[in-house]
Write a protein that binds this ligand. Structure first.
Ligand SMILES: *Cc1c(COP(=O)(O)O)cnc(C)c1O
Length: 397
C-alpha cells in the first residue's frame, strides 16, 4: 500500500471531505427569496403549511415546528409534564441536548446503557433504571435506526411514563411499517445542516393527541394564549392576551419554514442516496476483519444519518485516535458520534461517574463517523473507501 499521508505520503484526496453537509438547490433558494418578499418573515402562513407537511411525512396527527432540535426536546419534556425532582432515562450515546432537556426542567437525566449489537438504548437497561421518580424515557434513533420502540413502549405504557423519541437522525425511517413521528408519545426532529433536511436551525415535535399539541404550541410562544375560550380576563377586549404559563420564544421563522418545505420535496431522494452510500460502505467493509458491523434494530427500515465505522482494535496495531488522525491526513474529515454525555465536565460536576454504561463506553473507544450526505459523488464515496482500506491495511495486525 501507498505510504500514509500522515507519514508524508500523498493523501487519497486533494480536497477535504466533511462528514456531513447540506444540499441546497435553486428551488430552495427560490422558496426563501419568495418568503423574504412576502408580508411575513415570522408567524405567517408558511409555518402552518410546514406543519401540515410534517404531519403528512410522519403520519402524526400534530406537528409543532420550533427553533431547533434542542427546543423540540425541551418542549416535549415540558409537555410530558417533566418537572423538578423527576428522572428522565436516556442514552449516553447521543448529543448532550437529549439529556440537557431534562436538566432545563429541573429533572435528572438517568443514563441507561446501549445494546452492544445495534448501539441504541437497551430496553432491559431502561427497565432496570426505572424508579418511582421516573417520568419519561428519551430514546435516540442513533445513526437513523429507530430505537427498539415496541419494547420501550411496553415498558412506558405499563408504568405511566412518556416515551420521547429523539429522531434528530431518523426522519424518513419507518418502524414496523409506520413512519417515525407517529409511533412514540412525542417525537422530536432537528433540521440543523448536518441532518437529513435542513433550514439552518430548526426543529419539530410530533404527537398524536391534541392536548399535548396545545401544550407544545403554548410553550413555543412564551406560554401566551389568545384563545377566547381560555382567557381568564380582558372582558373581550381585542388586544387582550394572557401569559398563563412560563414558556419560551422557540418560534421558527417563515423564512426557515419556506426552506424546509422545499427541502422536504427532496426527502425521498435524500433517503435513497443516503442508503445507497451506506450499502456501498457496508459492501466494501464486509471483508475487513478490522471492522465490526452495526447490528440492526428489529422492525426498523432505516434512513441513515450516520455511518459509524466500529474498529476491532484487537486486530489493529493502532488505536482509534491514530486511525482517525490518519484518515484526516488523507483528507477524510471524519468525526466521532458520540462522546458519552456524562464524560462532559458539566455532567462530571453533577456527580456522574465514568463506568455507568460500559457498552457505550466501549463503543466510544472504537468508533468514528465517515462522510455521509446526499451531495457526495460516487467518486467521493470511493475515496473514503480507499482511504479506510489504506489506513486499516497499514495498521492491520
Ligand atoms: C442534532 C441533534 C440534536 C440537537 O438538535 P439541534 O437542532 O442542533 O438543537 C439532538 N439530539 C440529537 C441526537 C442530535 O443529533
Amino acid at each position: 500500500m501507498d505510504k500514509l499521508a500522515i507519514h508524508g505520503g500523498t493523501p487519497v484526496r486533494e480536497t477535504p471531505i466533511a462528514y456531513s453537509r447540506q444540499y441546497i438547490d435553486d428551488a430552495d433558494i427560490a422558496a426563501v427569496t419568495q418568503a423574504l418578499r412576502s408580508d411575513f418573515l415570522t408567524c405567517g402562513p408558511r409555518l402552518p403549511a410546514l406543519e401540515r407537511r410534517l404531519e403528512a411525512v410522519t403520519g402524526a396527527a400534530h406537528a409543532v415546528a420550533v427553533a431547533n432540535g434542542t427546543a423540540a426536546l425541551h418542549a416535549a419534556l415540558y409537555a410530558a409534564g417533566v418537572g423538578p425532582g423527576d428522572e428522565v432515562i436516556t442514552t449516553p450515546m447521543t448529543f448532550a441536548a437529549s439529556a440537557n432537556a431534562a436538566l432545563y426542567l429541573g429533572a435528572r437525566p438517568v443514563f441507561a446503557d446501549i445494546d452492544p449489537g445495534h448501539w441504541n438504548i437497551c430496553p432491559r437497561a431502561v427497565e432496570r433504571a426505572v424508579t418511582p421518580r421516573t417520568k419519561a424515557v428519551v430514546a435516540v434513533d442513533y445513526t437513523g435506526q429507530a430505537a427498539p420502540l415496541e419494547p420501550l413502549l411496553d415498558i412506558c405504557r405499563g408504568r405511566g411514563l412518556a416515551l420521547v423519541e429523539d429522531a434528530a437522525h431518523s426522519l424518513g425511517t419507518r418502524y414496523n411499517g409506520q413512519p417515525v413521528g407517529s409511533v412514540a408519545d412525542f417525537t422530536t426532529f432537528s433540521f440543523h445542516p448536518v441532518k437529513t433536511v435542513t433550514c439552518g436551525e430548526g426543529g419539530a415535535v410530533t404527537v398524536n393527541d391534541s392536548a399535548p399539541a396545545e401544550r407544545l404550541r403554548g410553550f413555543r410562544a412564551h406560554g401566551v394564549t389568545r384563545d377566547k375560550a381560555l382567557l381568564q380576563g380582558g372582558d373581550g377586549a381585542a388586544w387582550w392576551y394572557e401569559q398563563q404559563d412560563l414558556g419560551c420564544n422557540y418560534r421558527l421563522t417563515d423564512i426557515q419554514a419556506a426552506l424546509l418545505i422545499s427541502q422536504l420535496d427532496k426527502l425521498e431522494a435524500f433517503a435513497v442516496r443516503r442508503n445507497n452510500i451506506v450499502s456501498r460502505y457496508r459492501k466494501a467493509f464486509a471483508q475487513l476483519p478490522q471492522v465490526i458491523p452495526q447490528g440492526e434494530v428489529a422492525g426498523s427500515e432505516s434512513v441513515y444519518h450516520l455511518f459509524v465505522l466500529r474498529l476491532d482494535l484487537e486486530s489493529l496495531t493502532a488505536g482509534r485516535r491514530q486511525v482517525f488522525d490518519a484518515l484526516f491526513a488523507e483528507n477524510i474529515l471524519c468525526n466521532v458520534h458520540y462522546i458519552p454525555v456524562y464524560y462532559h465536565p458539566y455532567y462530571q460536576g453533577l456527580g456522574y461517574q465514568r463506568g455507568l454504561c460500559p457498552n457505550a463506553e466501549r463503543l466510544y473507544e472504537q468508533i468514528l463517523s465517515l462522510p455521509l450526505y446526499p451531495a457526495m459523488t460516487d467518486a467521493d464515496v470511493d475515496d473514503v473507501i480507499l482511504a479506510v482500506k489504506k489506513v486499516l491495511g497499514h495498521y492491520a495486525k
